[in-house]
Ligand binder design. Structure first.
Ligand SMILES: *[C@@H]1O[C@H](CO)[C@@H](O)[C@H](O)[C@H]1NC(C)=O
Ligand SMILES: *[C@@H]1O[C@H](CO)[C@@H](O)[C@H](O)[C@H]1NC(C)=O
Ligand SMILES: *[C@@H]1O[C@H](CO)[C@@H](O)[C@H](O)[C@H]1NC(C)=O
Ligand SMILES: *[C@@H]1O[C@H](CO)[C@@H](O)[C@H](O)[C@H]1NC(C)=O
Ligand SMILES: *[C@@H]1O[C@H](CO)[C@@H](O)[C@H](O)[C@H]1NC(C)=O
Ligand SMILES: *[C@@H]1O[C@H](CO)[C@@H](O)[C@H](O)[C@H]1NC(C)=O
Ligand SMILES: *[C@@H]1O[C@H](CO)[C@@H](O)[C@H](O)[C@H]1NC(C)=O
Length: 437
């Protein structure tokens, strides 16, 4: 498994994204509105291509790897931890000196649970800082940046979760285990391609190296055409732009003018979750969600503590994982991954597309248009699903694809709607629709 994962995952480049929305610092609306004007290739991978792409991969010595990477205890960790955790580096290319950092939180009964690879956003900071330590991981960091508290909605209640800072596989024996990939946002453009390589390479090597069962894509960009259309509709229907700007964007979407007007019209709102306050120093508005919006600041501060890094087997200096946000100028992403998604579905891989319905970057409307473009048969129509006695969102079941919304969640759904996110994730792993009552 390790070898195979490594190649798949070296295709991935990660950039950053801060959960606490501080304004349109880097991302002008135009970048989003005109994604289609970038030079995008349709690099759909065929069997023939992947036959050329496949090459045996470096597999380092496995002996003692697991024991050496076991985390004894994290500084500030609460008592009563009933699962094992591992972290460290996996050498990918010894000649180039390339190693990747991972954090692995097993579940309490690891052998009975599937293995899930979690990838944050594709442009996100750190899967560990943003995904694990302030999202769906077993711990969250307190305001003091030191003590950890148990996340009762941690995803390792239902699966063994592998978080990768930069992608790679680890030398753990999960060879015959059901394997899933889950991701958020921009990772939508590369996760289907990554997933596609798994059956392709299984075919080339004549063995099921990785038993990929499903992928879950959260607020994911998958198609530039439907992304633009869905974006304009979301902004208009959520009363963020005027009729004039909307019509300008729709009828003349190559004109910069309307995009600039849209940015002005929207103002400085939290675009990850439009009803949440921004968390800039000028905002005194109370945070509407249960959690402090600066949770990922605490997490990163914690992770930057040399004691913590030592317990994680991370080198105390010079590691990428602890920093925020590099902007990777990723121009060779495909214009659409819908053909890839179709191929995965045809291969019997269970595809889930879920959407926090308050995210205005990659909005739920874009996801709905993208699914419509797939043109697949519907098995079960739109219906509400429930968590904690409330409508938690809506679900539509298609042939080999399930669409789920998370009501009131933006991007980073596990941080802001943890119970709903765990309920949705558990249903995904069980391969059944979320609770209808
Ligand atoms: C876009 O692609 C065209 C044709 O392949 C090329 O000539 C042009 O330089 C590219 N532009 C950028 C900005 O990369
Ligand atoms: C926690 O870390 C944040 C971000 O680095 C910092 O702004 C804050 O002052 C720290 N809090 C404490 C109590 O040290
Ligand atoms: C896989 O099987 C095919 C057909 O039996 C064979 O030609 C090929 O060499 C095998 N590949 C490997 C990596 O064993
Ligand atoms: C569309 O954009 C072009 C280029 O900026 C401009 O010349 C034209 O007047 C615009 N049309 C409308 C209907 O706004
Ligand atoms: C971590 O540090 C050790 C020795 O200090 C070094 O051998 C190793 O290559 C470093 N690993 C990474 C990924 O930087
Ligand atoms: C990204 O790359 C393109 C083409 O190489 C360049 O025109 C553009 O300025 C770059 N953008 C950023 C933000 O670096
Ligand atoms: C769904 O998966 C089955 C295999 O499990 C396959 O036969 C069928 O063609 C797939 N349907 C679609 C629409 O991909």
């Amino acid at each position: 498994m390790k070898g195979a994962l490594v190649i798949f995952l070296t295709l991935i480049s990660l950039v950053s994204f801060v959960k606490c929305y501080k304004g349109e610092k880097y991302e002008t609306l135009r970048k989003f509105l005109h994604a289609e004007s970038l030079n995008r290739s349709n690099n759909y991978i065929t069997d023939e291509d992947s036959a050329h792409q496949y090459s045996p991969v470096y597999i380092g010595p496995q002996e003692g790897f697991k024991a050496a990477n076991k985390i004894i205890a994290l500084p500030g960790e609460a008592k009563g931890v009933k699962f094992d955790q591992y972290s460290g580096y996996v050498t990918v290319d010894p000649t180039a000196g390339r190693a990747l950092f991972y954090y692995f939180s097993e579940s309490e009964n690891p052998s009975s649970k599937p293995l899930v690879l979690w990838l944050n956003q594709g442009r996100g900071c750190s899967s560990l800082g943003v995904g694990a330590m302030s999202g769906q991981g077993p711990f969250r960091v307190s305001k003091d940046n030191k003590t950890l508290w148990h996340n009762e909605y941690a995803w390792n209640k239902v699966a063994n979760i592998l978080y990768l800072e930069s992608p790679a596989g680890a030398g753990f024996s999960y060879l015959n285990t059901d394997f899933y990939i889950a991701e958020e946002a921009y990772a939508g453009f590369f996760v289907p391609e990554l997933a596609q390589l798994i059956p392709h390479n299984n075919k080339i090597t004549n063995q099921t190296v990785i038993n990929l069962k499903g992928i879950a894509m959260g607020n994911s960009i998958v198609d530039t055409e439907t992304q633009s259309k869905g974006l304009y509709d979301f902004l208009w229907s959520h009363s963020l732009i005027s009729d004039e700007i909307y019509h300008g964007l729709v009828s003349n979407c190559t004109c910069n003018k309307y995009a600039e007007q849209a940015v002005k019209a929207i103002g400085n709102i939290n675009r990850y979750s439009i009803y949440a306050p921004v968390c800039s120093s000028t905002s005194n508005a109370p945070w509407i969600y249960g959690e402090d919006p600066r949770a990922d600041d605490y997490a990163l501060s914690h992770l930057n503590n040399p004691e913590v890094q030592k317990s994680l087997h991370a080198n105390a200096t010079g590691i990428g994982l602890m920093g925020y946000c590099r902007f990777i100028n990723w121009t060779d992403s495909p214009a659409t991954v819908l053909p890839t998604i179709r191929e995965l579905m045809a291969g019997g891989i269970n595809v889930w597309m879920y959407s926090g319905d308050t995210n205005s970057f990659i909005p739920v409307t874009a996801t709905r248009y993208a699914i419509k473009k797939l043109g697949i048969a519907m098995n079960a129509p739109w219906q509400p699903w429930y968590s904690q006695g409330e409508v938690a969102g809506y679900v539509v079941e298609y042939e080999n694809l399930t669409f789920v919304t998370l009501k009131g969640a933006g991007l980073f759904a596990p941080s802001y709607k943890p119970a709903r996110s765990l309920a949705m994730f558990s249903s995904f792993l069980e391969g059944k629709l979320p609770s209808s009552s």
